[in-house]
Design a protein around this ligand. Structure first.
Ligand code: MIG
Length: 792
């Protein structure tokens, strides 16, 4: 190999060059991540709502090489090649293959404001991310706008939606991935070969051209790198993984108690009941209608005894109610927290309380004031909060939001204090609203994990809140589309996401639709049933008894699976890898099958091991074939090993096909009616022998931040096939946490021998054979380490 002639090689922190009135900067906040900024004249302000200063400032040195009109900057395995005449930037992988090839260079800033950047998009690349936008799992061929919008009854064709996450990953048929994050909160546009074949274009109306290219090379690496930039979600309280029952609205203390009582009498496990806007006095945030809810603390206490927590809605629109003793308005005015028009007049817009005013969440002191508003409700025992309408949504105006010239006065992070238009802050309004809530709750209850649910957000918002997809429709199409939305949210950093089970708007769901939605919802990261006001009830007990029994079975199955789900959530908090995953994230080789995403488009995985395969045509269920990533998979429900990698399914209402990776070790627990009740008995370890055989045990108290001080239990369990059977190895435990379980029930699936013997060290343990299921069962003590061998 002959190297290009080098003039100089240097290590630099960043590389800056100006040409034709445009300044370019290339830096590397971490190895394998290249950041590019460009400005007219000088560089734009180095500040961000998505990437914390500590990350942006942690520059990795770049190796600089000059060769003629080109400069190469090497960071880890990535090379950024700059054409010094045009300022075009190309990012190459370790093999010298171009991942990202900018075709515009300084011409991207040819206009007087904003930018328009074109780049090459490879023909065999699939594109994922951009939050919960509809239009299909693969964004290739699509064009999308980032502009947070209240999108009631959105469809497959609606764009923009509630959130703006200008991040995508491109994955080739060979499974090679890279990602791009455009850190610009203004109205932006991304086009993936729709306007122009094989061309990616990124456009923005204002603000900085500031983007990061991350090099993968696997899809999981891209997500880890994106999490390095924008953060991973914190480990949320265990109860947020339980079943959540909501409705607009449970209107009285008696109605909430009746819902709780029914959940319990029906033996429908549940952790949360939501209270929507009608609990408030005249729809005013941070008030409680005392006639309907005479004693909220008592209600919260009584529910808690039944293992149920309350989550209350608190919208950002503060009633414009001077002189009425409404504290959020009065204290807000005293501290000048509300947004104003350019002429200094208070901005007021109509929402639920009537005329309302809006906090300027771009100011740290305002976020602090907002956080303190939760004092009364947290003291009353409310466990979590729901930030709705924070696009922000405004009634009675064609734009459905506030005027773009409303003035924010940024005072936050490492931003220079300055005035900025709503056009700049619009897409971050919801993210900053949920940040104010999250940070306020942490101040009020420093050792509790906050739970915040937000509708609008921006990249990085996963650090503060879970999210849902807004006002979906009770239809088969939404059931199917919702899975793809939640998959893409997971690929965009938002690992804690759900949609309204049963559908929010439109005609009430048929019993079949509702049952199917409960089945799939049971495998979504957030499992929350919710529906619009003035509709027939759609709680899980509504409809024929046979349907209720199926829903109960699936809700219960989710509770049995909580140890597995929670371990996956804990992994997410360290890595950014989501709970809900498209098949290719775990098995990039499925992309090589050629026909785009083929049959895997309708499938999804929960964690690394469970593959769920609903009907691709749920509205008219005929037989269908499930293609698994390889041979040797197991049927989750029967524990039996399957022949081959194709399974043909005849849909039956009571079942949802779920398959287990050969090599998985899946944890399950005894059924509880709420995560507030500690299970008694044994933890089940289901071993499915195969290559790369492992599983994770993770447990902690589920609610406090003790896990950050070592109060948790984490343990890897591995298995290997031996000449005589299977050996299970328990690696040493990490953390000081104590388990709730009294011992372990080990179940080894796919057993073909006769009655086995089990050995742990020198002692023989009782093992029994379930010949029908092809499983061996061994009752073990709690294993802090050591190994067990099951022999034929
Ligand atoms: O204008 O609070 O998406 O979940 O039930 C509607 C009432 C306002 C919209 C949310 C929905 C919620 C509803 N909200």
């Amino acid at each position: 190999m002959s190297a290009a002639p080098l003039v100089r090689a240097d290590a630099v922190d960043r590389y800056v060059l100006s040409r034709g009135g445009v300044t370019l900067e290339v830096s590397a906040p971490a190895s394998g991540i290249v950041r590019v900024r460009m400005g007219r004249g000088r560089l734009p302000e180095d500040a961000s709502w998505a990437v914390p200063a500590s990350v942006r400032r942690a520059g990795q040195p770049l190796q600089l090489r000059r060769s003629g009109a080109r400069v190469e900057l090497v960071s880890g395995s990535l090379t950024a090649r700059v054409d010094t005449a045009t300022l075009r930037v190309e990012v190459l992988d370790g093999n010298g293959q171009a991942l990202f090839s900018d075709l515009s260079g300084r011409a991207a800033l040819a206009g007087t404001r904003g930018f328009e950047l074109r780049a090459r998009l490879r023909g065999d690349d699939h594109v994922f991310g951009l939050g919960d936008k509809t239009g299909g799992l693969d964004r290739k061929g699509g064009s999308f706008v980032m502009w947070n919008s209240d999108a009631y009854k959105f469809t497959q064709a609606t764009d923009p939606l509630y959130k703006s996450v200008p991040f995508f990953m491109a994955v080739s048929d060979a499974g090679k991935a890279w990602g791009l994050f455009l850190d610009n909160p203004w109205r932006t546009r991304m086009d993936f070969g729709r306007a122009e074949r094989d061309t990616l274009s990124l456009g923005g109306e204002g603000g900085a051209l500031d983007y990061y290219v991350v090099g993968g090379p696997t899809p999981k690496d891209v997500l880890r790198q994106y999490a390095q930039l924008t953060g991973a979600p914190p480990l949320m309280p265990l109860w947020s993984l339980g079943f959540q029952q909501s409705k607009w609205s449970y209107r009285t203390d008696a109605e909430v108690r009746a819902i709780a009582a029914r959940l319990r009498s029906e033996q429908l496990p549940a952790d949360v009941i939501y209270m929507d806007i009608d609990y408030q006095d005249r729809a005013r945030p941070f008030t409680v209608n005392g006639a309907a809810f005479p004693d909220l603390p008592k209600l919260a206490r009584d529910l808690r005894e039944q293992g149920l927590r309350l989550v209350l809605i608190t919208d950002p629109h503060i009633a414009n109610a001077p002189g009425q003793g409404y504290a959020p308005y009065d204290t807000g005015m005293a501290r000048d927290v509300f947004l104003r028009r350019p002429d200094g007049a208070l901005y007021a817009g109509d929402v639920w309380p009537g005329s309302a005013v809006f906090p300027d969440f771009s100011r740290e002191p305002v976020r602090r004031w907002w956080g303190d508003l939760y004092t009364g409700l947290t003291n009353a025992g409310v466990a979590g909060f729901w930030n709705d309408m924070n696009e922000p949504a405004i009634f009675n105006v064609p734009s459905k939001t506030m005027p773009l010239d409303v003035v924010h006065r940024i005072d936050s992070d490492d931003f220079a204090p300055r005035r900025a238009s709503h056009a700049e802050l619009h897409n971050v309004y919801g993210q900053l609203n949920s940040r104010a809530t999250f940070e306020g709750l942490l101040r009020l209850q420093p050792d509790q994990r906050p739970f915040v649910l937000t509708r609008a957000s921006y990249a990085g918002g996963q650090r503060y809140a879970a999210t849902w997809t807004g006002d979906n429709v009770s239809s088969w199409q939404h059931l199917k589309m919702g899975v793809q939305q939640l998959l893409n949210l997971g690929l965009s950093g938002f690992a804690y996401a759900g949609n309204d089970v049963g559908g929010y708007a439109g005609e009430t769901p048929s019993p079949e639709l509702l049952t199917r939605w409960f089945q799939i919802g049971a495998f979504m990261p957030l499992f929350r049933s919710h529906a619009e006001t003035h509709r027939a009830d759609q709680e899980p007990w509504v409809g024929p008894a046979a349907h209720v029994a199926i829903r109960r079975h699936f809700i219960a199955e989710r509770y049995r699976l909580l140890p597995y789900l929670y371990a996956t959530a804990e992994e997410n908090s360290r890595t950014g890898i989501p709970l809900l995953r498209p098949v290719f994230l775990n098995f990039p080789e499925v992309l090589a099958k050629g026909d785009r995403l083929g049959a895997t488009e309708d499938q999804f995985m929960v964690g690394g091991d469970l593959l769920v395969a609903p009907s691709p045509t749920p509205e008219s269920p005929g037989d269908y074939t499930v293609e698994l990533p390889g041979p040797g998979w197991f049927d989750y429900w029967t524990g039996q090993r399957l022949d081959g990698a194709k399974v043909s399914i005849t849909p039956r209402l009571e079942s949802l096909p779920v398959f287990v990776r050969p090599g998985a070790i899946v944890t399950r627990q005894p059924l509880v009616q709420s995560t507030a009740f500690v299970p008694t008995g044994r933890l089940e370890l289901h071993v499915y022998p195969g290559a790369d055989c492992r599983g994770e045990l993770y447990a902690d108290d589920g609610v406090s931040l003790g896990y950050r001080r070592g109060e948790f239990l984490r343990q890897t369990v591995r298995c290997e096939q031996t000449a005589e059977g299977v050996r299970i190895r328990f690696e040493p435990r990490e953390g000081s946490g104590t388990p709730w379980w009294s011992g372990l029930t080990l179940l080894v699936h796919g057993w073909s021998g006769g009655v086995p013997k089990a050995w742990a060290g020198m002692d023989s343990l009782p093992a029994s054979l379930d010949a029908d299921r092809g499983a061996v069962q061994v009752l073990l003590p709690d294993m802090r380490g050591g190994a067990v061998e099951i022999r034929r």
